[in-house]
Design a protein around this ligand. Sequence first.
Ligand SMILES: [Zn+2]
Length: 49
Amino acid sequence: MSVGIIFCWLDRHDPDRAKVKWDGTEYIGTCQRCGASIKREAHKKWRRV
Ligand SMILES: [Zn+2]
């Protein structure tokens, strides 16, 4: 388990850039640490969907 997973517990995720998609209104991605579906709220701020 990586230390970064702590950020996931705080709902601060880190997207797998290869899987990030623009759906017309927002960026949707998958967290590379915990695998959750996430969307971009602000620059470098990703929240679980
Ligand atoms: Zn995560």
